[in-house]
Every structure is written in C-alpha cells, then in structure tokens.
Design a protein. Structure first.
Length: 225
C-alpha cells in the first residue's frame, strides 16, 4: 500500500485531505504535534476501512524530522508528502514579536523545506512520487497585516516553483496550492478574521485539490474575498 505523509493532519485541510486520500486507497501517515487530534483522524479513517498511522512530529525541529524520517523511509512505501502544517500571526508588522516571526518562518518555510529534503531521496530512488505544498493566496499577493505570513508563503512558492524546474522529467511531481480563506481552527486565536464561517469549508477545498491534482498549480480563490 502506498503511503502519503500529511503534516498538520489532525485538523482543518490536512484532516480532510487525509480522509479523501484514504478513500483513494492510500495508507496515511498523519503527522502533527497533538496526538489526540491525530488519533481521532486515524479512527475516522479506520472506521471507513482505511489504514493510517500517527507520526508525532514538530516540523520546526530538524533533529526530530531526521530521526523519525529515517525509520519511516524503511518501514513504509512512501509515495507522497503534503506539506500542509502552517501557522499564521496577523496584525500590524511593527507589533509582530520575534517569537511570532520565527515561529512562522520555522514552521511554514523551514518545516516545508526540511520535510521535503527528508523525503525526496526515497521518491528519487523509485523515480516517482508527489509533493503537494499547501501555500495560500498569501503566496500570490501581499496583504495588509499579514506581512510575515505572506513572506513565508512567497518563500514556499519560490521553493516549489524551483523544484518543479529542478526535478522536471524525474517522475516526481511538485504541486503548489494557493487557496483563499477556509473555515478551520487556523483562525481560532486571531481577531484578523471576523467571521470565518463565510469561508469555504476545508472539505470543499480538499475536494477541489484532489480533482485538480493533474495540474502543477492549483488556485482556489475565496468565495467572498
Ligand atoms: N484557514 C485558512 O483560511 C487558510 C487559507 C489559506 C491557506 N491556509 C494554509 O492551510 C494550511 C492548513 O491550515 P488549516 O487552515 O487547516 O489550519 P489548522 O486546522 O490550524 O491546521 C494546521 C495544522 O498544522 C499543525 N501544525 C502547526 N504547527 C506544527 C508544527 N510545528 N509541526 C507539526 N504540525 C504543526 C497543527 O496541529 P498541531 O498544533 O497539533 O501540531 C494543525 O493541525 C496551512 O499551511 C495554512 O497556512 C489556511
């Protein structure tokens, strides 16, 4: 059974993608920091006769990635990676704390880069595979009170576009996904968005992504932007 590893699979978009990929017959490796959330997703997959395992992982921690991915590379038939885990801190740029800035860069940018580097050798050996980078419309254009988040997402865009060129013809596909607002826990500790219920559901966005996976770039604009 081919395995797809999804970071941030315990909630929001990552969870919905995990459920849909499971229905397509993939084994899921559900990665994130909160094991309780991942356990619930694993249970939901198994209740629908799918297969999933949990990977407790903080993608800001390079040592944690190296140690755990070494074992995973041997144990599973890795086919795909979804770099979905991401965080956002919003507000006037001058008020961003050093901690907020480094957390966004370490999670959104370095986490994505390190996870990709940890998995690429396996895919390269096999000559096929798929890496899906969940970006945001914040990776397409600047936005007020989102400067550092936008910077982190532009970085992932540049990273993805470069690897698309570098690995052309290798059999490994890189997908860049740019979506507008989604109604997920992402906004729970923020006042930046007043009513997240007007956004698309993560399930709706996950369905669109799965249907457009033959494309290297998927853009899903907000319904009400
Ligand atoms: N919601 C939106 O409006 C929106 C719009 C465009 C793009 N996006 C992007 O979509 C992606 C998914 O976000 P979402 O909306 O589904 O939000 P979410 O429900 O908050 O999901 C993010 C997941 O990432 C995990 N995570 C955060 N930091 C992590 C770390 N250091 N290591 C491992 N896992 C970590 C979180 O779980 P733990 O805290 O348990 O680790 C959480 O399950 C993000 O990249 C986000 O930037 C969101």
């Amino acid at each position: 059974m081919k395995t797809i590893l999804i970071t941030g699979a315990g909630s929001g978009l990552g969870k919905e993608l995990a459920l849909l990929f499971s229905k397509q017959g993939f084994h899921l490796l559900l990665a994130g920091r909160t094991v309780e959330k991942l356990t619930e997703v694993k249970q939901a997959i198994e209740d629908s006769s799918g297969k999933a395992d949990i990977l407790s992982l903080d993608i800001r921690n390079n040592q944690d990635i190296s140690n755990k991915l070494q074992e995973i590379r041997q144990r599973y038939d890795l086919f795909g990676l979804v770099n979905n885990a991401g965080i956002g801190h919003f507000g006037p740029f001058e008020k961003m704390t050093e901690r907020q800035i480094s957390d966004m860069v370490e999670t959104n940018v370095l986490g994505t880069i390190r996870m990709t580097q940890a998995i690429l050798p396996v895919l390269q050996k096999k000559g096929n595979g798929q890496i899906i980078n969940i970006i945001s419309t914040a990776g397409l254009r600047g936005k007020v009170n989102e400067a550092v988040y936008v910077a982190s997402k532009f970085a992932v865009r540049g990273f993805t576009e470069s690897l698309q060129k570098e690995y052309e013809g290798s059999g490994i596909q890189f997908k860049a996904v740019y979506m507008g607002g989604m109604d997920t826990p992402f906004w729970d500790e923020s006042t930046h968005v007043s009513d997240k219920s007007r956004f698309r559901t993560p399930n709706e966005v996950a369905e669109i992504i799965i249907h457009q996976l033959d494309q290297s770039e998927i853009i899903i604009e907000s319904k009400n932007s």
